[in-house]
Design a protein around this ligand. Structure first.
Ligand code: SAM
Ligand code: SF4
Length: 337
């Protein structure tokens, strides 16, 4: 049987009848930034022995595509710090049109200038870039070590390589509440779309998350005071709801895991760099594929994938309360955002 031979197995459907066709593949838990809402300052990363090789990740991704996954997003940690990322992108890019509809990537853009041509050459057409503020000092504060000019150069290189760019901006009370209107203007000038995300309670960080949590309806209030926004019927297979903004070419996405749950439409699973399937970002349940892959090869994981889907939870139970522990102990960077 070839690596991609579709098995006689049924398409991937979870125990709640949801069709699963989207895989988020975390290619590393490491990162060159330390965003305050994502990571602690002194993170302990996985030892090399615990992580899948590029070859193993490619084999698993190919098996998922043979089983009915149509879209893959590479993420992390920071995917562009993983050595061999170009090999993986090349291998997965070759699946586009052969079972895979789309290969995308989420990045902090610190190394995007170097990698944008490689992504475009391998069939990536759109990427998400995380950028919470355009203000250099605020950016340094939020990321602890980042340089916003490097990110902006990375985005320019991506646009020049023909990639569509969507900016992901986490809404953070007291840190970037005043940044929405400048960001919207910058996105309009630079041909990017913009999606806002509520901060989620994943992993211990130095700050109390409740200090920075702000529901998106409140975060966008200054925009609404100036301009009308209209719901649009755009679907990208993700959890965002999309809006057109009066007098702006930018499509605005809102991701509201806390204030407006969207789990009924969930179509995704996540594979970590350790080879674990997490069925839900906000739950601890997982199934380990690494041993089966190493012992029996890619086909040996089929039964585990089916078992994982059967146990996919209906919904996360995120809540953010003062001094409460995070809903799950894993950081977002470990599961793949
Ligand atoms: N390093 C890449 C990046 O930042 O784009 C990819 C991984 S990062 C974990 C993916 C996305 O998750 C980013 O847009 C980031 O802002 C978001 N994120 C990280 N921690 C989060 C949290 N606790 N709540 C909400 N979004 C979070
Ligand atoms: Fe790194 Fe992305 Fe987490 Fe920021 S959000 S620390 S860039 S993984």
């Amino acid at each position: 049987m070839s690596r991609l031979s579709p098995s006689s197995l049924a398409p991937l459907t979870d125990g709640h009848g949801r069709r699963i066709d989207y895989l988020r593949l975390s290619v590393t838990d490491r990162c060159d930034l330390r965003c305050r809402y994502c990571m602690a300052e002194d993170m302990i990363f996985l030892p090399k022995s615990a992580v899948l090789s590029i070859e193993e990740m490619a084999e698993l991704a190919e098996r998922f595509v043979a089983r009915g996954i149509r879209r893959i997003r590479l993420t992390g940690g920071e995917p562009l710090v993983r050595r061999g990322i170009d090999t993986l992108v090349g291998r997965l890019g070759a699946l586009i049109g052969h079972g895979l509809d789309e290969l995308t990537l989420t990045t902090n853009a610190m190394r995007l200038a170097e990698h944008a041509p490689m992504l475009a050459a391998n069939g990536v057409r759109r990427i998400n870039v995380s950028l919470d503020t355009l203000d250099a000092q605020a950016f340094r504060h939020i990321t602890r070590v980042g340089d916003v000019d490097v990110v902006l150069k990375g985005i320019a290189a991506a646009r020049a390589a023909g990639l569509a760019v969507k900016i992901n901006m986490v809404a953070l009370a007291g840190l970037n509440e005043d940044q929405l209107l400048p960001m919207l203007g910058w996105c309009a000038d630079n041909g990017c779309d913009l999606t806002l995300i509520e901060t989620m309670p994943l992993g211990e960080v130095a700050d109390d998350r409740s200090d920075h949590y702000i529901p998106l309806h409140q975060f966008i209030a200054p925009l609404r005071a100036e301009r009308s926004i209209f719901a649009v019927d755009k679907k990208t297979g993700g959890p965002a709801r999309y809006f057109a903004v009066e007098d702006s070419p930018v499509t605005l996405g809102l991701i509201t895991p806390l204030s407006d749950n969207f789990c009924t439409a969930c179509n995704r699973i996540r594979l970590t760099v350790e080879g674990r399937i997490y069925m839900c970002l906000g739950q601890d349940d997982h199934v380990d594929l690494r041993a089966a892959l190493r012992d029996g090869g890619p086909h040996a994981v089929d039964g585990l994938i089916d078992g994982a889907l059967a146990g996919k939870p209906r919904a996360h139970d995120f809540h953010i309360e003062r001094k409460s522990k995070p809903a799950v102990a894993r950081h977002m960077s470990a599961t793949g955002g």
